[in-house]
Design a protein around this ligand. Sequence first.
Ligand code: MLC
Ligand code: AMP
Length: 504
Amino acid sequence: MNNLYAAFRAAFPSDLSRTCLETDKGRAVTYAEIEEQSGRVAALLAKLGVKAGERVTVQVDKSPEALFLYLGCLRAGVIYMPLNSGYTASELDYFLSDAKPALVVSTRKALEEMTVLAAKAGCKIVLTLDADGHGTLTDQAQSVAPLTGIAETKADDVAAMLYTSGTTGRSKGAMLTHRSLIANAETLVQAWGFSEDDVLLHTLPIFHVHGLFVAFGCALLSRAKMLFHPAFDADKALAAMERATVFMGVPTYYTRLLASPALTKDKVAKVRLFVSGSAPLLAETFSAFHRRTGHHILERYGMTETGMNTSNPLDGERRLGTVGFPLPGVELRVADDDGCAVPQGETGIIEVRGDNVLKGYWNNPEKTAAAFRPDGFFITGDVARIDKDGYVVIVGRASDMIISGGYNVYPKEIEAVIDTLPGVGESAVIGVPHPDFGEGVVAVIRTLPDKGHPSEAEIVATLKGQLAGYKVPKKLIFVEDLPRNAMGKVVKAELRKANAALFK
Ligand code: MLC
Ligand code: AMP
């Protein structure tokens, strides 16, 4: 199979009038509707002159129509490029100018701003799509006859491009092929025992690997029905849980579920599997969830560039504090700085090889070359060891990246904004334990003596104007000096230690 939509289509039931997903408002979307509406999007893309291999950049809210758009792009062989709906104009400016899309789809509210940014990036067509499914995209798609076929893509063609920030520098577009996405989703369906009897409660955002490829991939390849929520809300999720058999989320979802007295064994009586990933699951969450529900959450590990790499077993021990074993088709080694595997039990960097791994970074051969070993292994930057029974234990990250509520935050991006403010000498952004988000973003700011500096509220307002909300520090700390090593470099480990109890 050379096209991800073709793989989904092959798995559709013979009776297309069956429900594929049901929204939280009770709207049922059938497979026939998925087939027709994605066909309309594909036909519209052709009419607009968007060609195979060109990019369609999408910053919209979650809705069934957003799913039609994704599937329509796959069918047309154009590259789907979703963006976090929280990104601000200055963040979008970079993504658009780097990706040079042929079409941009935004909300109606953002249309004016997006039109200016798109034009700057050489893109003349901006369509709209709102959370209620309305917009010029939907209107125009209804005026064309749906495409009935699927573009003849090659397995190695890029299906989607997701931006991900490396340890340094700007975000890079990870090019994911039809082969990668099909291979990873098929592997997960098997590994997690998905079938058409399943009902997946889908509450994740759909601009990231977790909600877009893992959750959709498993459901669409197995005919599992989806209960489709526009966002995660613990109360609404719990209300829907009575009908679900599988739930997927980032650790924050689990701590929020646990915070509700409505989470009981009875409530989740039908659920056969809870999956967690995108950030480390705390031992206390794993244990508390087991005590409350009788379920051991299945923790798995992945990343934008690779999809899912490891998973705890469906049958067998789900070991606390580990991310399980390499998935079938994924070769994994824990390596030293030269890419040589270290002895079992020793710590090194996770490197992976397999169909799941990205083709490369968009327009960036140097970064692509630097990310791979000569033998084709991809360097993840995650620090881990393999325990005596083969379970992978992640112990840290090579970079000082922060993961807050499942979103990656790169300190440099925030520091760059703070450091330009008057009265600021230098800032150090760190992540410290946070009861809700796992890690909470904190900025430690060295102020200049006698210069005066903006207040906490003013700095937060400046940051909010330029960066997505989840990146904005939950706390600012003003200091006269920052701890440094002999080279004069700020020692963030010391700052993390000193502030470890900040949110407790
Ligand atoms: C929102 N806010 C956050 C945040 N999300 N702050 C820190 N960390 C986060 N993750 C802030 C907003 O900016 C806003 O700030 C305030 O919280 C309320 O916004 P909200 O949208 O109402 O928040 P909420 O609905 O509570 O969202 C929290 C969340 C959400 C945890 C439900 O962030 C989420 O769904 N995260 C999942 C991320 C995900 O899917 N990751 C997968 C990546 S793929 P203010 O100041 O304006 O009030 C990947 C690979 C793999 O990593 O292995 O899966
Ligand atoms: P992203 O680039 O958003 O896809 O984030 C990928 C990163 O999330 C990985 O490189 C890991 O650092 C982290 N990650 C994903 N799953 C887990 C997990 N189960 N435990 C710890 N870290 C994880």
